[in-house]
Unconditional design. Structure first.
Length: 453
């Protein structure tokens, strides 16, 4: 083999390898899809920033426990100079008709420019009781925002699972439709052969031809559904539209161990983010009522001040002051009492909303658990149907190999097996979705269980 032939073979091998590399697709597992969705979802990021915002508000409120150090200063210019003077005779007249003082004289004279500066240390005392209520309210806001973040995470998780399982089910349906197309084509060929032999009529051939087209239409429809699922899944996970991925084949095995209905209800009442959020709002409303009642207390504080001034000679240039400050609104014309009544109404609304969430959640858990129980029954029926269809296919293939059966019979058995397998995958996915819904309601769906991998 000469050198040019060697180069040609290398180029051919390289050209053959490039399309294979270009067509390589990544596998998208459920875990990976969830990870990508949680990382790229904007709603979750907004909720995370909301948690940070409320945490900073809580820190801001706690800082009110601490004293304040304030610095102030003023500067002014006057066109008239302040003067303290004594007029002649202001103190009377002495014997001998001598005025006192004998003439006008200036005691003190200020300046055109004056300035003062002070630094004040203030420690609230009675206000600390009010601050405590504010801290509790801010802490409730943190808890509520964390519950909302958990709820948004669960929404993303359940949506990813629905899309992923929908893809698995649609791919199984696509295989079923493709098997039906092959069966319809085989029946059409048999009918055409029978027509040539004069054993059937043209109307039968036309009908079978139309049946082939109907089955092909079903394949196209199923493929469009798969494309729609992929579009939505890429939107949630951040996968680029031009990237090609494939999902993991559906696993038809399910665990035989499932918590009882009451276990799910108890966990839901404890861990569901909607319940947590409603409980947080109820707690926050109670703290708000307490804060409104504390508005009747006076504001008492301790202060220390050091002041420096220049330009006014009658006052000291430097002075230090310590003392207590008191501020108390004796009468507000119903403002405080109406604020308490308003917040009592909000508290009652929050309590009723919490009870309503509990009732709704219990009903949703019971409904999802019924779906789970029914889907387990469907799985058992579908598994037995798959076993029997496999046996039917084996017998049909044996008959065809011995010349006792038609190829269309084998294709019919394959199509029946594909349908039974699609029904089994559908039942398993219905079970997994019901279980995922139960885990979401119970506040457990921040993770992926072994059933969903």
């Amino acid at each position: 083999m000469n050198r040019s032939m060697k180069y040609m073979m290398v180029l051919l091998l390289f050209a053959a390898a490039v399309p294979l590399y270009a067509q390589k697709t990544d596998t998208l597992s459920l875990d990976r899809a969830i990870e990508m969705a949680l990382k790229n979802n904007r709603l979750i990021r907004i909720s995370e920033y909301k948690v940070d915002e409320n945490r900073y508000k809580l820190r801001q409120m706690k800082s009110k426990y601490l004293p304040r150090l304030r610095s102030e200063g003023t500067y002014s210019y006057s066109n008239n100079v302040p003067v303290l003077s004594v007029d002649q005779g202001s103190f009377g007249v002495l014997p001998g008709n001598t005025p006192l003082p004998p003439q006008d004289f200036t005691v003190l004279q200020g300046k055109h420019e004056t300035y003062s500066a002070s630094i004040t240390f203030y420690q609230p005392i009675s206000q600390l009781i009010k601050v405590e209520s504010g801290v509790k309210v801010a802490g409730s806001d943190v808890s509520v925002s964390q519950s909302e973040l958990q709820a948004n995470r669960q929404k993303v998780l359940i949506n990813i699972k629905k899309l992923y399982y929908g893809l698995q089910r649609s791919e199984a349906e696509l295989r079923e439709k493709q098997a039906e197309v092959e069966l319809a084509k085989a029946k059409l060929e048999d009918a055409r052969a029978a027509r040539q032999a004069g054993k059937t009529l043209d109307v039968s051939v036309v009908g079978l031809h139309a049946d082939v087209l109907d089955k092909q239409h079903d394949v196209i429809t199923c493929q469009n559904k798969i494309d729609d699922y992929w579009y939505d899944l890429k939107q949630l996970t951040g996968i680029k539209p031009d990237e090609t991925w494939q999902i993991v084949s559906a696993d038809t095995t399910v665990s035989s161990i499932v918590p009882g209905e009451q276990d799910f209800i108890q966990q839901a009442v404890r861990n569901n983010p909607r319940i947590k959020s409603a409980a947080g709002e109820m707690q926050k409303a109670g703290y708000a009522v307490d804060a409104a009642r504390k508005e009747y207390l006076p504001e008492i504080g301790v202060f220390a001040q050091y002041k420096v001034q220049r330009g006014i000679p009658i006052t000291p240039h430097n002075m230090a002051i310590v003392g207590l400050s008191l501020k108390w609104d004796l009468f507000t014309f119903g403002e405080r009492s109406n604020t308490i009544k308003e917040r009592d109404a909000v508290k009652e609304q929050a309590r009723l909303a919490y009870e309503e969430q509990q009732n709704q959640l219990t009903g949703e858990v019971e409904k999802a658990y019924r779906k789970l129980r029914r889907s387990r029954q469907l799985i058992k029926t579908a598994q037995e149907a798959v076993r029997l269809r496999r046996e039917q296919l084996r017998l049909s293939e044996n008959q065809h190999m011995t010349g006792l059966g038609l190829a269309s019979v084998v294709l019919d058995a394959k199509a029946s097996l594909a349908k039974s397998q699609a029904d089994l995958i559908g039942a398993v996915i219905q079970y997994k979705l019901a279980k995922a819904e139960l885990e979401q309601l119970a506040g457990m769906s921040d993770r992926v269980s072994s059933e969903q991998k």
